[in-house]
Design a protein around this ligand. Structure first.
Ligand code: PLP
Length: 443
């Protein structure tokens, strides 16, 4: 007799996010469990996680210290409001996050996701200028092909057209965009940061300042390395130049580190990796190893203090979430940061980035491959699109890799690889070896 556990569920009620629902429901692909570097699919086959879930399970799956911390907390303090009352773990978690941030960014606001972190950071930027008596600085600048989640703030500064077009009439006013930094003509097959175009791409900000005047611009937000759009790297000198220009004009610089935070590039943050310190850093994903939804914004102390000090009394910043610093999230954050520290995972990622780069670039010359780019434990493999069917080739590569036991991710015709930092060299070989085989079979 079939029990609920063995009967297939009705797929009709769930409206899946960022999914081709009809195709999925016609050919469902289900995950059943996960441990360390592997998922087990519902049909029982093991799948090596080449993407850390969705760029988030940096310490690998099912890690005991996190599972134990969450269970203990659920039994001990299931929920505590964060408005006008606190619980001690939230303060400890904030201190531990702050200790991993660049010097000066030691004030931490908790959220539940990357999208919430982005909208929080944009609001902090606006509140900051208003507190300094420059409330006319309301313009926000994002970048083409940027992904900053799905809130109205995030899609307004974001630069991915399908995410924006249905909502185009109600996006935030006064937003402008820098050009993206992808240039296959000059930078194809770069290893690490591309050499060409850094200052030139960043100087587009000077043009926007000339157009709008600095006195109207509150903040610039960029991903130091753009992940979701298909792994676009900052050319050398680019982030440094953005920092110099924003500083010169009193514009806040926000790094969206939802993907790059917590070891992805072999350092705690991309800011530390590149040696460029913004004014705010948005985080989520790896902050809790994705075991419980969590996010945060790290804020430069002087920005925080300006907002706090501008208010004579009472609430200084009218913003927050029912689940800001949820006890289960702060327990997961603390246990996760403990694993990163105890197992030296950021250094591990740094050490592995050389063999990872070799393995990725060994795909050069395979059919369809028009670019390979990499940094830390991230690689993007761009395929030539199939005539008349953009995205179809990468979708087939994804499906075939899954059937052969490797999870990769695709955006358009770009395959993205971003494994947990506990990966070993043999598993790196398995990911790129499987990709090589699959590229040979896909038309
Ligand atoms: N910002 C960046 C850079 C991201 O990559 C993402 C998600 O991939 C987000 C924001 C949104 O995060 P979430 O899906 O947790 O809202």
């Amino acid at each position: 007799m079939q029990t609920e556990a063995t009967r297939s569920p009705d797929l009709s009620n769930l409206w899946m996010p960022f999914t081709a629902n009809r195709q999925f429901k016609a050919h469902p692909r289900m995950l059943a469990s996960a441990r360390d570097m592997h998922y087990t699919a519902a049909d029982g086959h093991r799948v090596l996680d080449g993407t850390s879930g969705l760029w988030c399970v940096n310490a690998g799956h099912g890690r005991r210290p996190i599972v134990d911390a969450i269970s203990r907390q659920a039994a001990h303090l299931d929920y505590a409001p964060s408005f006008q009352i606190g619980h001690e773990d939230s303060f400890r978690a904030a201190s531990e996050v702050a200790a991993l941030m660049p010097a000066g960014l030691d004030r931490v606001f908790f959220t539940n996701s990357g999208s919430e972190s982005v909208d929080t950071a944009l609001k902090i930027a606006l509140a900051y200028h208003r507190a300094r008596g420059e409330g006319q600085r309301t313009r926000l600048i994002g970048r083409e092909r940027g992904y900053h989640g799905v809130g109205f703030g995030g899609i307004s500064v974001g630069g991915i057209s399908p995410n924006r077009k249905a909502f185009s009439g109600v996006l935030l006013p006064g937003v402008d965009h820098l050009p993206h930094t992808h240039d296959l003509e000059h930078n194809a097959f770069s290893r690490g940061q591309p050499a060409w175009g850094g200052e030139r791409f960043a100087d587009a900000l000077e043009s926007l300042v000339a157009l709008h005047d600095a006195s109207t611009i509150a903040a610039v937000i960029v991903e130091p390395l753009a992940g979701s759009t298909g792994v676009l790297l900052p050319p050398r000198g680019y982030l440094e130049r953005l920092r110099a220009i924003t500083e010169k004009h009193g514009i806040l610089l926000i790094f969206d580190e939802v993907i790059t935070g917590f070891g992805r590039l072999g350092a705690a943050t991309a800011s530390a990796f590149f040696g460029v310190t913004p004014d705010l850093i948005t985080m989520a994903k790896g902050i809790s190893n994705a075991a419980v939804p969590a996010g945060a914004v790290a804020v430069r102390r002087s920005v925080h203090d300006t907002i706090i000090d501008a208010s004579a009394n009472g609430i200084e910043f009218f913003h927050g979430y029912t689940y800001s610093a949820h006890p289960m999230a702060t327990a997961a954050v603390r246990a996760t940061l403990g694993i990163y520290r105890d197992e030296g995972l950021f250094d591990r990622a740094k050490t592995l980035s050389a063999p990872f780069e070799e393995a990725a670039h060994a795909l050069k010359g395979r059919r369809h491959v028009i670019d390979i780019r990499n940094l830390g434990l991230v690689a993007g493999i761009e395929l030539a699109p199939r005539a008349g069917a953009p995205g179809a080739r990468a979708a087939e590569v994804f499906a075939e890799c899954f059937d052969r036991g490797v999870l990769v991710r695709y955006t358009g015709d770009i395959i993205a690889i971003s494994p947990p930092l506990i990966i070993d060299e043999a598993q790196i070989g398995q990911i790129f070896g499987t990709l090589a085989e699959v590229l040979d079979t896909v038309d």
